[in-house]
Ligand binder design. Structure first.
Ligand code: AGP
Length: 578
């Protein structure tokens, strides 16, 4: 996680400009923020960027580096905030990633007399480079030596105090260079400079670059390499809309439009990619989805649909993919990711590629690492999602899977779904708001589903956890009686998702109601007299419409509790560490 931005220019710019660019990466982490300029000036603090901007000195510079942190090593303190300087202040560094062998590296530096004021892995980078430079090495050689000695992941920006050259290096963590008229900007992703330039160069693993106000040179080891300039097409940049208090509710309301845009693209601009994906699904022996969090829940819906039409499909949480999945050349691996930068997913697909699998993906952020590692990548086209919790991207992920399943023999009227999404929001929002008022003290919620409604029960539970800070469990309705039902007491809230004529799910619901549970039933079957009656489903649509009720509950309960909805504690939108 963490976002980094560096700027180098032949004209002076303000430190405020750098932090404004960094603000666009705040979804990567918001524990602390900091900036350094090439004259050695460093300013940093804990908390969010807006708060930092109130105290930030408006200084002019030709070279600066900055960082927004999601803490990995060391607590959220000013000392642990980046940038980190070396002992004599000559080297200043910002870093995204994790140096896994930092303890050994730190011990080696300590034995040479270096001291450390933070608990971070990053501080060793600055001191390591200072040490090499003191020994007479040039900076490029020192960077190469670091890349050889360091284990783990990194995107690093380095300045030498008093010089006008910016150094950058990358392994696994994302890094991109933007070409400006009078200089360059380096960032964790292209959104940081979407208002400045569309000319980008993506770093590949184990590359480093030397950037001056007028030139850039990329290297692998000591060899200079040619890099391709990508002309980025900007789509779906999201701006604040005063009508909505939070991005989350804005993004929930954007779902009908985002769904329509996606469905249309799958018939037009994305048609050939969808056909190729369908062909690859038919040709392989089995489909393996890999994803994390919400994207994993969407993949579970895919497994349900694919298996129902005779296509063998499995899914596994990305961080366990290498441990529990048989991966070989018979498999087609479909990575699903909003950000396209989730490190667990990136690692899993690199592993699968090595094992001979074909890699394809479903990604929201264009030009992201997952997209660039894929043979074919379908775009989620939800537009930029700012709230840390995924809503509209989940819906569009499921819609892509429904469409893909349709091409393989599943039969549904996908075009009717956007309207169902709209009417679900319209008919339920007031009632959700009202019920949420009495749920702010709720400690536990059980969310149950079966078949197509099981994946969404997991997704709704995740939303309740991350946004409303309520312990929630998304479970298979049939599994409840095998243990968890012991926790159901008088008044325990159970969300029950019952699609069409699922009488087994109805029985599971009655089992908890008989033990005093307060059931909130969501169904498209009026016969069941649900708390929320959804529009009549078509195959697959329940995965989307029913989830929206859960999204709304998570939002309104959190609002009732006064929680930081768009930036919940301890989270970041893009999880770029293992
Ligand atoms: C979603 O609400 C979560 N914040 C999180 O689980 C997320 O889905 C997960 O980290 C995966 O991210 P990705 O889709 O960008 O790969």
């Amino acid at each position: 996680m963490c976002g980094i931005v560096g700027m180098v220019s032949s004209n002076q710019f303000s430190t405020l400009d750098v932090i404004a660019a960094l603000k666009r990466l705040e979804y990567r982490g918001y524990d602390s923020v900091g900036i350094a300029t090439s004259d050695g000036w460093v300013s940093k603090d804990v908390g969010e960027i807006d708060k930092f901007m109130d105290i930030l000195e408006d200084r002019s510079a030709n070279l600066a580096i900055s960082h927004t942190r999601w803490a990995t090593h060391g607590r959220v303190t000013k000392e642990n905030a980046h940038p980190h300087a070396s002992n004599d202040g000559s080297i200043i560094v910002v870093h995204n990633g994790i140096i896994e062998n930092f303890e050994q590296m730190r011990a080696a530096l300590r034995s040479k007399g270096y001291s450390f004021i933070s608990q971070t892995d990053t501080e060793i980078i600055a001191n390591y480079l200072e040490d090499k430079l003191r020994s007479g090495m040039g900076m490029q050689k020192a960077i190469r030596s670091f890349m050889k000695d360091a284990e783990g992941t990194f995107a690093i920006l380095i300045i030498i105090k008093g010089e006008d050259t910016l150094y950058a290096a990358k392994r696994d963590s994302p890094l991109v260079l933007g070409i400006l008229g009078d200089g360059f900007v380096l960032a964790s992703d292209i959104y940081a400079f979407s208002d400045k330039t569309s000319k980008s160069i993506f770093f590949d693993d184990n590359e480093y670059a030397v950037i001056t106000p007028r030139s850039y040179t990329f290297y692998v080891d000591s060899k200079e390499i040619e890099k391709q300039i990508t002309e980025v097409q900007w789509t779906g940049i999201s701006e604040k809309d005063e009508k909505y208090e939070h991005y989350m509710i804005k993004e929930i309301h954007e779902q009908p439009v985002a769904a329509r845009r996606l469905i249309e693209s799958m018939d037009t601009t994305q048609r050939s990619k969808m056909d190729l994906l369908a062909r690859l699904c038919r040709q392989c022996k089995r489909v393996l989805f890999v994803a994390a969090g919400t994207s994993y829940h969407a993949s579970l819906a895919g497994v349900y649909m694919f298996n129902s039409i005779g296509i063998e499909a499995h899914t596994l949480i990305a961080s366990e993919f290498q441990n529990f999945m048989l991966v070989n050349e018979d498999a087609l691996v479909i990575a699903i990711s909003q950000s396209g930068e989730t490190m667990d997913v990136v690692k899993a697909i690199k592993y699968a590629k090595d094992k001979g699998s074909k890699i394809v993906s479903i990604v929201n952020v264009p030009y992201s690492t997952v997209q660039r590692l894929s043979e074919v990548s379908v775009e989620i086209l939800a537009g930029q999602e700012i709230c840390v919790a995924s809503t509209k991207t989940y819906t569009n992920q499921v819609l892509i899977l429904i469409c893909l399943a349709n091409l393989l023999g599943f039969r549904t009227d996908i075009k009717s779904i956007p309207e169902m999404i709209g009417s679900t929001i319209e008919s339920s929002e007031e009632k959700v708001m009202e019920l949420s008022r009495s749920m702010s003290d709720t400690r536990d919620i059980y969310v149950i589903g079966r078949g197509i409604s099981y994946p969404l029960s997991r997704e709704v539970a995740l939303k309740l956890k991350e946004i409303s800070y309520i312990h929630a469990e998304g479970m298979m309705g049939g599994e409840l009686k095998h243990g968890t039902i012991a926790l159901i007491e008088e008044g325990t809230i159970v969300f029950s998702f019952i699609p069409n004529t699922d009488y087994e799910m109805l029985s599971n619901t009655q089992e908890v109601a008989a033990r005093g549970a307060h059931v909130i039933m969501i169904s498209d079957n009026p016969e069941f007299e649900p708390t929320f009656l959804l529009p009549p489903s078509v195959p697959g649509s329940f995965s989307v419409t029913a989830t929206i009720i859960g999204q709304l509950f998570a939002y309104y309960i959190a609002k009732e509790k006064g929680l930081p909805i768009d930036k919940p504690r301890n989270l970041a939108k893009s999880v770029t560490v293992k």
